[in-house]
Design a protein around this ligand. Structure first.
Ligand SMILES: [Zn+2]
Ligand SMILES: [Zn+2]
Length: 837
């Protein structure tokens, strides 16, 4: 769909009296004065919560991508209001976090000063865009009245044992001086600054989201979300069914209670063999496990390393510690070291060597794998590199136990087991169950479900975030700050820069750091980490309706009435983390009895991305669309409508500067049509038929966010309405103004008042359509010229011969064959027309 195809502009001038800037100013002022966009949260009937992902208020101001998303949500919200809902469309700012902090450092201004300035600019830009935002519920995550409750959320998790602290390997950017998530590391480099990423061990706060993995996964089946988002969530949670298999280390024993064993008594101590547990999705291949691999950080490495190998093992562990997690996962080069120890393969009873290698990560599964080089590509490469045995235990059609392996054989369908003792001949599926059942008898295996999902690290050793509300006391240990002492205010310190120590800048702020224990009153120290920005945004939708309440995070009655969110629109870049964390926090709050639903967003749609003249927009290319400039030139209505017209909302499109003029001409013609409309006489029945078809199409398309086709349909109707520069009847334009209103709200309000209405068009109701009128009372017939078919015409069934001939002559292909005078006309009504020349 292109704008040129659908638009047949007449003239290019702004019609007399249409000053878009004046119209938009007038209606924005009036909406504010009359509180048109303020939702009656306590009494409004048929509540509809139309939520959009709130923006990070950057210093550059509103990005056109933000406006694309917000306009799409606004149209949907306005449409729902016209359909009779009380619509709540709030907006706020996701203003904590490293982006703001880094920018503040760059320009040398405190984020506490910078952010309010940026927010003011965003608000100004958003208001110009004519969004139906209820500004009485605006919020910012940096406001103490907001983050007080973010800290409260942390405490709810802490109380339920879902927040814990542990030493963990993290990606560390030495330039940004912060921890990076795996997704923020690209090819071993920091995504933000390109510095090579290091691995560090830090004490960090985690949330036990893995406890919720099963629920987070199974609930996806009942959500009305974009399919791509559901798939991304499923992959992220990454459930795999398999087994845990136990391998005993030979000649290495662990002594129960060895710390208290005194000399001479060790003979009586009960000792058990050291066990290595591995998770595998292919227990059917256990007979082919020819060696084990531990992550270099595995706690057993030091204990099992042989004296001869110890130095080499330690050197390898040190080297691995310097690498980042992403490089380790993706590196093609396979390196490792033999520990000198052996374990018993529980299926074959044979000893197999234990290696360490950096391609095994402590964070995944158990930090150890059974290597089956015959049937796993990475294991095959490793075994080839270090000359370890490769055994075939699965054979495909036409293969046998002896068929050589030139590479790992990973097929499973129609495959059977070989070299696997009494399991030979079983299919892979049969063998999975049979082998686990058999090993389970000897306590050497159990079926388990594994998830790729990790616990959520929420600690940030930075300044610009809500302090984690924990106090450390020598006598009482880790003590949560009592809820009635929230918020733990973020102090306004001058030196907020992170340093190399890995400790938050808050630790340098002595009078803040030292406090008293809430339990015993003794001297105590504050937790100096702040929480992840994703925690701020994991619950903000709960806060909007209750943003005026300072005594509770959310009002019970309002929450019951307005949540879960009816429609949520946002970018696919948040398809995983933000949406997953929001779902998790909602589940936790439900389990704690604070709310009675566990899925926060009933419907979610991911919007597409827009490019400009075929290229990705970026500051460095200097091709970023500045919304202010376009609104100045074309008006917000034309800009909004163009943004929605440039492609399917869920796919995005190409912003072309010349494309906007077609949309502007459509609005100009609308303006003129309403002003010129006659009130006398009757509306044309054919035009009305087209109008009712358009009402149906625009309603259906808007409901499924197909805004570009809805706009195209309105443009097409405009062509019918003004065909041959006819003067429209007022009954032919009224509903059109309503259809246009979600897209171009200011001009629609103005024209609505021109039509004599006094209330806001958004309280007028969505126009209905007449089914009877919709029925296409038209027929398509072939047109012949001297007996040869030259084209077709579509005319009313009851069209006369004269009308049919006129329609035929309007067809270029017919007209060009009618060279002379028409000598005879053969007309079979509704069937055929033959012009004899
Ligand atoms: Zn960096
Ligand atoms: Zn204490």
């Amino acid at each position: 769909m292109t704008e040129t195809a659908a638009t047949q502009p007449v003239g290019g001038e702004q019609p007399a009296g249409y000053d878009s800037a004046a119209v938009e100013r007038r209606w924005q002022a009036r909406w504010e004065a009359e509180a048109t966009n303020v939702a009656d949260l306590s009494d409004g009937p048929r509540p509809f919560y139309a939520l959009m992902m709130f923006p990070y208020p950057s210093a550059e101001g509103l990005h056109v991508g933000n406006l694309f998303a917000f306009t799409g949500n606004d149209i949907y919200g306005r449409f729902q209001r016209l359909k009779g809902h009380t619509v709540f469309e709030p907006l706020g700012y996701d203003a904590f976090g490293i982006h703001s902090e880094n920018f503040a450092i760059k320009v040398g201004v405190h984020p506490g000063e910078l952010i309010p300035r940026n927010i003011d600019n965003f608000r100004r830009q958003l208001k110009r865009a004519g969004l139906m935002v209820d500004w009485t519920h605006e919020l910012s995550t940096t406001d103490p009245s907001y983050y007080k409750w973010t800290q409260w959320v942390f405490l709810q998790l802490f109380k339920q044992g879902l927040a814990y602290k542990k030493r963990a390997a993290v990606n560390w950017c030495p330039f940004d001086k912060t921890v990076l998530a795996n997704e923020q590391v690209e090819h071993g480099l920091c995504e933000r600054c390109g510095t090579p990423v290091e691995q560090r061990f830090l004490e960090q706060w985690f949330f036990r989201i893995t406890d919720y993995a099963g629920r987070l996964l199974s609930n996806l089946d009942r959500l009305d979300w974009s399919e791509s988002t559901l798939t991304a969530q499923r992959n992220w949670i990454g459930k795999s069914e398999g087994a845990e298999i136990v391998f005993r280390v030979q000649d290495v024993m662990s002594f129960a209670g060895s710390a208290t064993v005194s000399a001479g008594m060790s003979g009586e101590v009960v000792s058990t063999p050291v066990e290595i547990r591995v998770f595998t999705t292919r227990p059917d291949t256990v007979f082919g496990a020819t060696y084990l691999v531990l992550a270099p950080e595995h706690p057993l490495v030091d204990q099992i390393a042989g004296d001869e190998q110890r130095a080499e093992v330690r050197a390898y562990v040190e080297r691995a510690a310097k690498q980042d997690v992403v490089t380790r996962k993706t590196s093609k080069e396979k390196t490792g070291a033999f520990t000198g120890a052996y374990a018993t393969n529980p299926a074959t009873g044979q000893p197999i060597p234990i290696w360490i290698a950096d391609y095994v990560l402590m964070e995944y599964g158990t930090g150890a794998i059974m290597a089956v080089p015959g049937h796993d590509e990475r294991d095959f490469e490793f075994a080839t590199e270090y000359d370890l045995p490769i055994v075939r235990v699965v054979a495909g059609e036409g293969e046998s136990a002896e068929t050589p392996l030139a590479q790992a054989f990973c097929e499973t369908t129609a495959c059977t087991l070989v070299n696997s003792g009494r399991f030979d001949g079983l299919t892979v599926d049969e063998a999975r169950t049979a082998i686990v059942t058999e090993l389970a008898v000897h306590h050497a295996a159990r079926p388990v479900m594994n998830y790729r999902l990790h616990d959520w690290c929420i600690s940030r050793q930075r300044y610009w975030g809500p302090p984690i509300p924990i106090v450390y006391c020598d006598a009482c240990g880790t003590v949560p700050v009592p809820e009635n002492q929230l918020p733990v205010l973020l102090p306004m310190i001058e030196d907020f820069r992170p340093d190399d120590s890995g400790v938050s800048p808050l630790a340098r702020h002595e009078e803040w750091y030292h406090t008293t224990c809430p339990q015993c009153g003794a001297a105590a120290r504050r937790e100096t980490d702040v929480s992840d920005t994703f925690l701020d945004s994991a619950w903000y939708f709960l806060r909007y309706p209750s943003s005026e309440r300072d005594d509770v995070p959310f009002d019970q009655a309002l929450t019951k009435k307005w949540l879960p969110v009816h429609s949520y629109i946002g970018g696919n870049e948040h398809a995983v983390l933000h949406l997953l964390y929001s779902r998790f926090i909602t589940m936790v709050l439900k389990d704690a009895g604070h709310i009675d639903f566990e899925e926060p967003f009933t419907r979610f749609r991911a919007h597409g991305l827009i490019v400009r003249e075929g290229a990705k927009m970026s500051k460095s290319k200097g091709n970023v669309v500045n919304p202010d400039q376009y609104i100045d030139q074309w008006g917000a209505d034309a800009f909004r409508t163009y943004l929605m017209f440039l492609g399917p909302f869920e796919e995005g499109g190409d912003f072309r500067d010349k494309g906007i003029s077609g949309v502007k001409r459509f609005l100009d013609r609308l303006w003129k049509s309403v002003h010129d409309a006659r009130r006398d006489g009757d509306a044309d029945v054919e035009v009305l038929r087209k109008l009712h078809q358009t009402i149906r199409k625009v309603g259906d398309d808007t409901a499924r966010l197909s805004y570009n086709t809805a706009i195209a349909a309105m443009m097409e109707y405009m062509n019918t309405l003004r065909a041959g520069e006819r003067t429209p009847h007022v009954d032919e334009v009224r509903a059109l103004v309503q259809l246009v209103s979600p897209f171009a709200p200011h001009i629609a309000e103005e024209l609505w008042s021109v039509l004599g209405e006094t209330r806001s068009i958004f309280d007028s109701g969505w126009p209905g359509y007449d089914e009877a009128l919709l029925a296409e009372d038209r027929v398509t017939m072939a047109v012949q010229v001297s007996g040869k078919t030259r084209g077709t015409i579509t005319v009313p069934k009851a069209a006369s011969q004269e009308e049919a001939v006129a329609a035929a002559m309007a067809e270029a292909n017919v007209a060009k064959f009618v060279t002379g005078e028409i000598r005879r006309v053969i007309f079979v009504p509704g069937r055929m027309l033959n012009l004899v020349v």
